[in-house]
Write a protein that binds this ligand. Structure first.
Ligand code: DLL
Length: 433
């Protein structure tokens, strides 16, 4: 069924009216049902009846990533498990991921937002859509998949990786739209050229949805030129359904954040003060149309601003700028969200390891490459080669088992990595985005 596009053009008053109704319902819901918010509201002495206007939202505390982890898995749930039909988790790499639950209604709504976003950028029923994002716990696969089906496209659920097969599918079925990470798009172009294929001539691509990781305007332009297509930026996070939170329109100037489903705020990340439109800060989101697991004032860690001007396309939902960076040290490596502290926890828990390590990120043929240099204990280099290999293999095995990472590991002599008296610079990111 075609998405309801009228909602994209509501007046500001109409949007705010709808937001207030949905916000009140959400606040009542979490107050009654979510163990986490019940406790929070009690602690701050807040009653849902106190919420009279959208401005009152700012009197509530923020919800942080650590709250989700500390209340894993069911602390945010506001429905009985019988009503939950889907689990997704963030692609994070800690021992405990963030669990995100969906009722059937939540999934329908998430599909609606994807269908709306795709339609906005000109996707049509006759398009052939190849979804090259990972299927499974990551939202980029399934959430987008159902949205594209809702719009009536032919969906090829090819998932991530397996480049040869991707190319074959693209040629056999004349794929016209791809959903892909920008780095994989560049890699794909490399492989095409290597095989003597012309990305413009031998394929039928006309649209690409690029997201799940930061990239620059220059990278977008490069991808558009190589494939001769229109590429649109797509933003989202697991905690808020996954993709479909904000999406570019044909103007390609900022992403419309679907304000009938999410209330955005931009805050100063150090003070928590709410900033004006146009000012850059951390994006904070409140989901106001979720059943299983609404989240209030969630600190995304993403740096952006809200455009103060109306969009030329006529849609009224405000736009966020391309994501400028993170407020924390989260790295996105091949689509997986990684915190250096987690790598440290794993490495330092192993025997034979010295005091220092370094995480090096590079781009090799457009794909991220992760290398970890680890200082070993004194004397280890004087021992047998076999013993050293054993230490290296143990590091690799633990990183794989706990964090699903398969980096290159290099063992180095104690004291050979640079040290500073101040804040250690353990991450060297050589990637140019
Ligand atoms: O990456 C959801 C998604 C899937 C979005 C497919 C777009 C397309 P997470 O794994 O929870 O969810 O990672 C969310 O990825 O907080 C941002 O830091 C980053 N991110 C997502 N989209 C963009 C983008 C999915 N277009 C985290 N530009 C977010 C920059 C992005 N960063």
């Amino acid at each position: 069924m075609a998405p309801d596009c009228k909602i994209e053009y509501l007046s500001r008053e109409e949007i705010e009216k709808l937001q207030l109704v949905r916000l009140k319902k959400t606040v009542e819901r979490v107050f009654e049902k979510s163990p986490f918010y019940k406790k929070m509201f009690k602690e701050i002495g807040f009653k849902p009846s106190r919420l009279k206007s959208l401005k009152d939202l700012s009197s509530l505390p923020f919800t942080q990533r650590k709250d989700l982890r500390n209340n894993f898995p069911y602390g945010f749930l506001t429905v009985s498990l019988q009503k939950v039909v889907r689990l997704h988790t963030s692609t994070g790499t800690t021992g405990k991921p963030k669990a995100v639950f969906f009722t059937q209604k939540d999934l329908d709504q998430a599909s609606e937002l994807i269908a709306r976003s795709m339609k906005m950028t000109g996707a049509k029923r006759e398009d052939i859509f190849q979804n090259m994002m990972s299927y499974g716990l990551f939202t980029g696969g399934l959430i987008f998949h159902y949205g594209a089906e809702k719009l009536g496209l032919l969906v090829i659920p090819s998932g991530a990786g397996n480049t040869e097969r991707q190319l074959e599918l693209m040629r056999d079925f004349r794929t016209t739209i791809v959903h892909i990470t920008p780095s994989y798009a560049l890699y794909l172009a490399d492989v095409m050229e290597e095989k003597g294929l012309n990305p413009k001539v031998d394929f039928s691509l006309r649209l690409a949805y690029l997201g799940a990781e930061p990239y620059s305007e220059e990278t977008r332009k490069k991808i558009e030129k190589i494939f001769n297509l229109n590429a649109y930026n797509s933003y989202g996070l697991s905690e808020m359904n996954g993709p479909g939170v904000a999406f570019e329109c044909e103007e390609k100037e900022g992403m419309h954040l679907w304000e009938d489903n999410f209330i955005p705020e931009i805050i100063n990340p150090s003070t928590g003060e709410v900033l004006e439109d146009g000012e850059e800060g951390e994006l904070v989101l409140t989901s106001i149309n979720r059943e299983a697991m609404p989240i209030l004032r969630y600190r995304t860690g993403d740096l952006t601003f809200l455009y103060p001007q109306k969009c030329r396309c006529g849609r009224t939902h405000r736009r966020i700028s391309r994501i400028k960076g993170r407020t924390d040290d989260m790295l996105i490596v091949r689509g997986v969200n990684i915190f250096p502290s987690e790598i440290e926890r794993v490495i330092m828990g192993l025997p034979g390891i010295g005091r220092n390590y370094q995480i090096i990120l590079e781009r090799e043929r457009s794909l991220d490459k992760l290398k970890i240099k680890v200082e070993v204990e004194k004397g280890l280099f004087n021992g047998s080669l076999e013993h050293l290999k054993g230490v290296e293999n143990r590091i690799k095995a633990r990183l794989k088992a706990e964090l699903m990472l398969t980096p290159e590991v290099e063992l180095v002599e104690p004291g050979s990595l640079p040290t500073t008296t101040g804040k250690a610079k353990r991450v060297i990111d050589k990637r140019v985005i």
